[in-house]
Design a protein around this ligand. Structure first.
Ligand SMILES: [Zn+2]
Ligand SMILES: [Zn+2]
Length: 323
């Protein structure tokens, strides 16, 4: 059977479907990961609840802070929890009932692995599995933010981490005839230009300290860009047109041999996040929104539904009522 998880929604975009099916066939060892990504891409297509959660950007943030830094993201709590629970059910090592979906979503968006590990420990879950799952859970929200906030990003961005969500890039892309270097974020899909001779991770610009590895002699379209100063690496692809946001992580998976080659030569990706976002996920759930906006009148309305209206209080009644 092509789709092993019948209860999960799959992407409707035919191009995505075909690509996922091909990768699934060629990489059976990555089935669990692909199941999560497939679900995240489908959820991303179902954009409405996530588009509605795209925040207004914080007006005061440090110069080098990504756009989502210090933002308050109000999600439809029920839809968001259901979404995370659906993903958790795809991961055999995690019991979905023991994980607070919104806490996981917030920690993942912030790239806070310490908080994710604490959630994993409390639920006796495997921490690495929960980290991966958290990132997949955050993907629809972050891709919606990228779609809606692209015009608010700075025209130039000199940092190695994503100008929107703070993640390190998955790939450096060289597109079209110009072949300018453009980094791509695997979480939100944002792309940003950066000079050729500059390490993504430590800002090294000395060309003697920067280099690249190619998988085979004569290979022109794929390489590994390395920095001798921090020992970091990023994969570099030459492409005819820019990768679609959904394709970035699929390409990342199909080029794992490049990662292996880099690791075997002592290069690595930093464990620390590019930039810790410190944003908050807030709940929007029906009446809850009115409480924030209108100051609590609905509470008395709800009480009125269960109890007959009380007569106007006298001073003695009041004391009794409070006892
Ligand atoms: Zn990003
Ligand atoms: Zn470096």
């Amino acid at each position: 059977m092509l789709w092993p998880h019948a209860r999960i929604r799959h992407a409707r975009n035919v191009e995505v479907q075909e690509r996922v099916a091909t990768v699934r066939r060629d990489h059976p060892e990555s089935e669990v990961w692909l199941g999560l990504l497939d679900a995240a891409l489908a959820e991303s297509e179902n954009g409405a609840p996530w588009d509605a959660a795209v925040p207004t950007l914080a007006s005061e943030r440090p110069v080098k802070a990504p756009a989502l830094s210090h933002s308050e993201i109000t999600v439809d709590a029920r839809a968001a929890r259901n979404w995370v629970r659906r993903l958790l059910k795809l991961t055999p090592t995690v019991n979905p009932r023991q994980i607070d979906g919104l806490a996981l979503l917030e920690a993942a968006v912030c790239h806070d692995d310490t908080r994710i590990d604490a959630l994993a420990a409390a639920a006796s879950a495997e921490p690495h599995a929960l980290r991966v799952l958290g990132q997949m859970a955050a993907l629809p929200l972050l891709q919606a933010c990228a779609r809606r906030l692209a015009s608010e990003l700075p025209a130039t961005w000199w940092e190695g981490y994503c100008p929107l969500c703070g993640a390190w890039p998955v790939v450096a892309e060289y597109t079209g005839l110009e072949r300018k270097r453009r980094l791509r974020c695997g979480r939100c899909g944002t792309g940003w230009a950066i000079p050729l001779l500059r390490c993504v991770f430590c800002d090294e610009t000395e060309h003697d300290h920067l280099g690249y590895l190619t998988p085979e002699a004569g290979e022109q379209t794929r390489k590994i860009e390395v920095c001798h100063t921090c020992k970091g690496y990023v994969k570099g692809f030459t492409t005819v047109r820019a990768l679609a946001p959904w394709a970035i992580l699929l390409d990342d998976l199909t080029t794992v041999p490049l990662d292996v080659a880099a690791l075997e030569r002592g290069y690595r990706r930093p464990e620390r996040p590019g930039y810790r976002l410190e944003c908050r996920i807030m709940e929007r759930q029906g009446w809850g929104r009115l409480v924030k906006a209108g100051g609590g009148w609905w509470r008395s309305l709800r009480r009125g539904l269960h109890h007959p209206p009380a007569p106007p209080p006298s001073s003695t009644d009041l004391r009794q009522g409070e006892a």
